[in-house]
Structure formats: C-alpha cells, structure tokens
Design a protein around this ligand. Structure first.
Ligand code: NAI
Length: 791
C-alpha cells in the first residue's frame, strides 16, 4: 500500500506496547508469589497456589499463593503488631511515607500499567492514562490528609486493623482507594486482591518495602472468596472495606453483624445515562464510549442504561451505531485499542447469558461489524434497544460492554425510569440546559451524578452508592471518616442487657402512678395500636406509671408509609427546618415543668430535670446545624467542579435508648430531622409514655405530619420489623449487643444503612458525646455532582 493509499484509508497499524520489562520483573520472582506479611514474603502455610492468566491469550503469568485462614491470621497478627509503632509516628512522618508511595508508583508507572493490562485484559491506554495516574493521585491526596489529620479531625482515632477486599476491574486503583485513606488515618491493613488480578497488589507490596513502610502496616494476602471470608470473619479485624458484587456485600453485612466491625460497601450499579433532546448529541455519544465501553463495561458505575428522550432517540441511535462501528476490539497491549479482553471465561459466559435472556425478553440486539481477535476472551460492543424497564438487562448488572436503551418523554418520566432500580451508584445527565440538568441531578438517587460527562473520578471527590449500591464513601473528607471513630466512642462502657448503661446515675423512683391514654403517632395523627393491646409501664418499685400502646408490624408499616409520604420535609429549605426545630424547642420548654414531673416518676427528679433542659438545648443545636452542615465544592484536576451535596438518606427507623427516655429520643431523632430525613421512632421501652409528651409538643409545633412517627412497643420485636423493611433507607439502633447484631444482620435484605451504638453507652448529657457532627455524618449521605465548564 502506498503512503497516499494509507493516508486515505486512515487505518490503524499495530502499536504494541513492549511487555519485556514487566515479564523480566515477573521472572525476578520466579513467577511465583507468596503472601506479603509483616514486611516479608511468606509462602502459604498449606503450600497451595493458583494460576493467574492473561485473559487476552490464556497464557499463565504466575503462580500466586492461595490464602488460608491460617495465612489470614498471620497477616492480621502482623497488622496488629505494627499498629502501635505506626500510630506513634507523627502525622508528618506518615505523610512522608504516603508521599513516597505516590512517588514510587509514578516511578514505576509503566511497569504497573503493563502488569495491570496483562493480568486484567484492559487496554494499555486505560491502565497507563487513567488507572495508574489516579493511583498516584490518591496517595498524594491522602499524604495531605495524613499531614492535616490532627488539625482536621481532633478527637478522632483510627479504627485499628482494617481488612480490605477488592475486585478485579480496577485492581491497583481499588487498592489505592482503600489503602491510602486507611494509612492516612493511622490504620494498618490486610488487603486481599481479587483472584483474577492479584499481580499489581503484589507489585505494590514491593513498593511498600522500597519506601521503607514499617513491616506489617500493609499486608497482602492473595486468594479467592474463601480467603476473603476468613478475613471478614477474623475477630482481630476492626473494620472491613469491600468493593465487589452486591451479593457478596450482602453476605459480608450478615457475617459482620454480630461484631462491632465498622463496614463500608461499594457494590454494583445499573447507572442511568440520561440524554435530553437539547443535549449535544455528538458529545453524548462520545461520553457513552467512556460510559459503557471503558474497561469493557466492567465498571461498577458504568452508564449501562441509556435513557433517550423520544424525540431524539432515532437520531442518537444512528449516531451511536456509527460510532460503535469504529470501536477497535483487540489485544490490550495495542495502544490503538478501545476494547480489550474480558477478565475471565465465567464473566464472558455471564455476559452472553444475560444478553440472550434480554433478547428472549424482547430486546433487539445490535452489534457492529468489527474485527474480532481469533483467540482470547472478547465480547463485541453491544446495543440492546426496545428494552422493557423490567427486563433483566435493565435491572441486573451485566458488567460487560452491553448498553440497554430505553426512551422517555418528559424529565419527570426520565427521573422515574432512572430511579427504577435497586441500585444507586452513579448517573449521567446530558442537557445543554443548566436548569434541566441540575434539577434532574438533584432528583436522581445516586451517589455520583455527572453532568454532560461520565466516569470522572478524583481522590478529592467522594465516591459511593445509595441504596443497594452500598454505603460509605471513598475519597474526600467523607472517605476518611470511614477509617476513623471518635476516641470517646472507642472507649465507651459496654451496655448491660436491656440497653441500660452499666455505669451512670442510679434510677431513683418517686411520684405516684399517672393515668393517661398514650397512643401511637403516625402521619401527624394520634392512632390506636393495631394489636389492641397495651403494656403496663411500671416504676422501679413496681408502681404503675401508665399504659403504653403495643405497636406491631402493621403499625410500623403504616408509619413507614406515612414517613415516605412526608419526604417533602427533606425538600423544604434548611432555614425552614431550622425554624420548625426552634419552635419545637420553644414548645418543649413551655411544657417542660409538667413533662419533667411525669418523667421523674420513671427516672427520678434529678435526671428528669436534666433531660428536659438538655433536650431543649439539643433542639437548639440541631436547629442551628440544619443550615450549616454544608457540603463542599471540589476542584478536581480537570475542567470540572464537583459539587458535594449532603443529602438526607430518606426514611429512617430508630430504636431509642432505654434509660434516657426524653433526651435519648431527641438525641437520635433530631440529627435525622435536621438533615431532612423522615423518621419512624420506637421510644424507650422502659418508659414509652414519653411518646405522648413528645407528640403533644409536636402537635403545637409546625413539623409536617409524617416527618416524625412514634410507635411504642417491644424494642426487639419492632427492630426486627424495621430492619427487615424493604422500604426503609436506614436503621439506627441503640441497644445491647444482641440488638445491634440483629439490626445489622436483618438489614442485609435491601442493604439499608445501619448505625448502632455497638452496645456501648453514650452519655447523652455530655454534649461532646451526645450531639454534633458525628451524628450528622450518619444522617446525611454525600452526592457528588460533577459539572464541567468551558467550551
Ligand atoms: P465478587 O464480589 O465475588 O468478588 C469481589 C471480591 O470479593 C474478590 O476479591 C473475591 O475474592 C471476594 N469474595 C468473594 N466471595 C467472598 C466472601 N464470601 N467473603 C469475602 N470476600 C469474598 O465478584 P465476582 O464474582 O468476581 O464477579 C461477579 C459479578 O459481581 C460481576 O459480574 C459483576 O456483576 C459484579 N462485580 C461488581 C463489582 C463492582 O465493583 N461493583 C466488582 C466485581 C464484580
């Protein structure tokens, strides 16, 4: 072919990256890797290894140790041993080490990129230009937090030893997302990479040694799901951070339920990619190339559901098909390749199976006529159109290069369709109208929304899901909080059975019985209990204090329904919420005397007086916070701003403390209301009669009906109903160890967020423990809205 002919055809020639240096590096280890424990390489105790292969050729790359429970135990012990020394370092010294890790990643960036590509199958263009630079960025950014830790998080301490389990789609990047914040906050780590892609984690272990990270601060144990399971179950681990499938996330939620292990889960997604008729269609098509064909679609936040406004659907589909026809599928080490290999045979089969099922359910399948490699694991870029919103391909994560397209007519319908999923990880919105795009972004239930862009990530911008996409954030200030806890909470005394504090003021009982009809409070109205039963509430000496309605499953259902309907509370202005809470304070203060007298019959005069005084105080605090717990605007290193908005979680069930009937109730309910959540609260089981005092105060205030619902009853029984309820977004449970475990285990169904006292006592009378940021951090979830600027 002549130069002129070549120029006219504009065909790509092969542009292979030379893997020689990386292969030499592998040979240096004899292509056989043990675990990295306590700063040295250790052979697996039972001598078992597994193969890791190049999915683009099927060739074996190396043997890697299969971690057993014994290996995991050795790693956890090494991490524990390293902890005191690591924490004794000055923040500046830890910052220097994180900085060195960033530097070292950059120095070896090409080798790491090639290693990632041959182990995972992703195009070298992506590992070289996206994965590895972001890895370095994460360590730089968190070196900064290590430096500022004491100034910015006074009173907080590291969780301790953290177990981290990561998937195969972004092996080194997920490692960085996990290890950087854990180290910056003074934790030590045991990390288990995915079985298909362990090599870059092992290369990172070598880097830890090179920079002089103290032995045991980072431990890498390789293996499959059973290794992960052993790590999750190990009693010496204080926190688990997991990224992977929702199914395994659910299993981990259950497995950690009976422990005080802190948990963050970054799970699957089925993210909508919404294109309005006024969008720049060419940009939207280019965005889709990144949205669904980036990393072969094996991306948790892939824009896998294309929602097109009907008026432009045909035109957009044509443009999309034309662009798909130019995508190049092939050897991942070729620098001109768009789509590389699928990670493993099972994953390829899964993609194929789901696509066939989608077609059987009525979808039309279109694939371009592109050249496909003769061997290796590849899947053509695929467009499924006419997909019904209930079809499996619209609902399940495919994790492959497959786009499911649907249409909508109005922005409202777009939002409904977009939110019609159990997931809530990410979304893209395309419109040239800033009003439409931001209005829609605000309504989408997703942790990240990209406006006129997609798949943008940065260490400064929190990433994580709503709903069954998990909880917790990675990146940003909020990501650090996943690895920290207030020091007082770590040292708080254990609660005895029945949820009463073991230490603390003795309950002195005075006063005679009070006869009042106490009811449930649902949707702003007093209601009789469905059961028709009441509980006698007695004082310490057995005297009758009153009768409390016995709420049941049906009452909770009604309360949740009422709370859902009242979600406009979260959309009112923060100023408005503050005004309402101030007004509740005013009314509580006016009735303070009589409430105190009644409460004194249960908890004694002194405590009753303190509880009423502190409750008014607390109402003022959360009224003050309502318009001050602001988000942030991040400046990631691109032409974007990312608006981190703190949003209410939604509808939350609350089990209130037993021994502080009034103050305990307000201490948990107020941060949630202040944040704009609606609440179903189960008041103190020991003195549920407080419900009547509270709702009488509410009735004279302006809190909208349904924003706060109160269902007295047996705490454990009602906790079960709340935790299992599929339409609740979170449960807060203050109780003993059994109740905390139950809250976590039973909430695994819809993976609602769970926050408990870990069976420890909180002194609510002490404002440093009983109120403030720590509560609010659990009452909000961050949504990052990325907005580009410039032409
Ligand atoms: P997976 O969730 O099984 O694997 C992720 C990690 O968890 C791996 O390191 C694995 O060894 C570990 N693991 C597995 N079982 C475990 C257990 N019981 N306890 C502790 N750790 C355990 O994901 P898999 O099987 O590799 O992929 C299956 C599907 O999951 C994919 O097709 C995709 O739909 C989804 N997935 C989603 C990811 C995401 O980032 N959202 C990442 C990986 C997979």
């Amino acid at each position: 072919m002549s130069v002129i002919e070549k120029f006219a055809a504009m065909d790509y020639g092969p542009a292979p990256e030379d893997p020689k240096e990386t292969l030499v590096w592998l040979d240096g280890y004899g292509r056989k890797f043990g675990h990295f424990i306590g700063g040295t390489w250790k052979a697996p105790r039972d001598g078992k290894y597994f193969e890791t292969k190049d999915p683009s050729t099927g060739e074996k790359l190396a043997d890697v140790a299969q971690g057993s429970a014994v290996d995991v135990d050795a790693a956890v012990k090494a991490a524990r041993k390293a902890l005191p020394g690591w924490q004794a370092l000055r923040p500046h010294d830890r910052a220097k080490l994180l900085y060195a890790l960033a530097r070292q990643v950059q120095k070896h960036s090409r080798r790491l990129a090639v290693l990632e590509t041959i182990d995972n199958g992703k195009p070298i263009r992506e590992s070289r230009d996206i994965d590895i630079p972001l890895v370095a960025r994460h360590f730089y950014y968190h070196a900064g937090w290590a430096q500022l830790l004491e100034q910015e998080f006074p009173g907080y301490e590291a969780c301790g030893v953290v177990g981290q389990i990561i998937p195969w789609n972004f092996p080194l990047l997920m490692l960085a997302w996990k290890i950087a914040p854990a180290l910056a906050t003074g934790n030590s780590v045991v990390l288990k990479p995915a079985e298909y892609t362990p090599l870059t984690a092992l290369a990172f272990a070598e880097i830890c040694r090179e920079v002089g990270l103290p032995g045991g601060v980072v431990n890498i144990v390789t293996g499959d799901g059973t290794t992960g399971e052993a790590l999750v179950k190990h009693a010496g681990v204080d926190k688990i951070a997991f990224t992977g499938s929702t199914e395994v996330g659910r299993a981990i939620r259950r497995a950690t339920a009976g422990s005080a292990k802190k948990l963050s889960l970054e799970l699957g997604g089925k993210s909508p990619y919404v294109v309005f008729e006024d969008a720049d269609l060419d940009s939207a098509v280019e965005g889709l190339v990144d949205g669904i064909w980036f990393n072969q679609g094996q991306v948790c936040c892939a824009g896998s559901r294309l929602l097109m406004q009907e008026s432009i659907a045909e035109k957009l589909t044509r443009k999309l098909q034309a662009r798909m026809s130019t995508l190049r599928v092939g050897a991942p080490l070729d620098k001109g390749i768009d789509i590389g290999a699928i990670v493993a045979q099972v994953q390829l089969e899964r993609i194929d199976r789901l696509v066939k099922q989608g077609v059987a359910e009525g979808a039309t399948c279109w694939q371009p006529e592109v050249l496909m490699p003769e061997r290796g694991l590849y899947y053509k870029p695929t467009l499924l159109s006419n997909v019904h919103p209930t079809s499996i391909v619209a609902q399940q994560e495919i994790f492959g290069p497959v786009l499911a397209a649907m249409t909508f007519r109005t922005p409202r319908e777009a939002v409904e369709l977009a939110n019609n999923t159990v997931y809530g990880l990410a979304a893209s919105v395309w419109s040239e109208s800033v009003n439409v795009s931001l209005q829609v972004a605000a309504q989408l239930k997703a942790g990240v929304v990209w406006v006129n862009s997609t798949n943008l990530f940065d260490a400064a911008c929190g990433f994580g899901g709503y709903r069954e996409s998990g909880f917790g954030r990675e990146g940003g200030r909020e990501g650090l909080l996943e690895y920290l806890e207030p020091a007082w909470f770590q040292n708080a005394p254990a609660l005895g059975n029945g949820g009463k504090r073991e230490k603390g003021g003795a309950v002195e009982v005075a006063s005679p019985a009070i006869d009042r009809t106490v009811k449930l409070y649902i949707g702003g109205k007093q209601a009789r209990p469905d059961s028709g039963y009441s509980l006698e509430i007695r004082g310490k000496k057995g005297e009758l204090l009153g009768e409390s309605p016995l709420g049941n499953r049906k009452d909770i259902r009604n309360a949740v329904e009422a709370a859902r309907k009242a979600e406009a509370w979260g959309k009112t202005t923060a100023h408005n919420r503050a005004q309402v809470l101030y007004y509740v304070a005013e009314n509580l203060s006016q009735r303070g005397e009589e409430i105190m007298k009644r409460l004194a019959a249960a908890v004694g005069k002194k405590q009753a007086a303190e509880e009423v005084r502190a409750s008014v105080d607390r109402l003022f605090s959360y009224a003050a916070w309502a318009d001050k717990f602001d988000g942030a605007v991040h400046n990631p290193p691109m032409r974007n701003v990312s608006i981190a908005m703190n949003e209410a979680i939604g509808t939350v069930g609350v089990i209130c403390p037993t021994d502080m009937p009034l103050l305990g109730f307000f201490s948990l309910v107020l941060p949630l209301l202040s944040a704009g959540n609606t609440v179903v609260a189960v008041p103190s089981e020991a003195y549920p009669l407080i419900a009547a005092d509270v709702y009488q105060v509410l009735e004279t205030s302006d809190l909208p009906g349904g924003a706060l619902n109160i269902v007295p009853g047996r705490a454990t029984e009602l906790l079960k109903v709340l935790a299992e309820h599929d339409d609740l977004d979170a449960v807060w449970c203050y109780g003993n160890a059994e109740m905390c475990a139950m809250a976590k285990a039973l909430s695994a169904g819809n993976l609602k967020q769970v926050w408990t006292n870990e069976a420890r006592g909180i002194d609510f009378l002490n404002a440093r423990q009983g109120e403030g940021r720590w509560f609010l951090e659990h009452a909000y979830q961050a949504k990052n809205i990325w907005v580009p600027y410039g032409e």
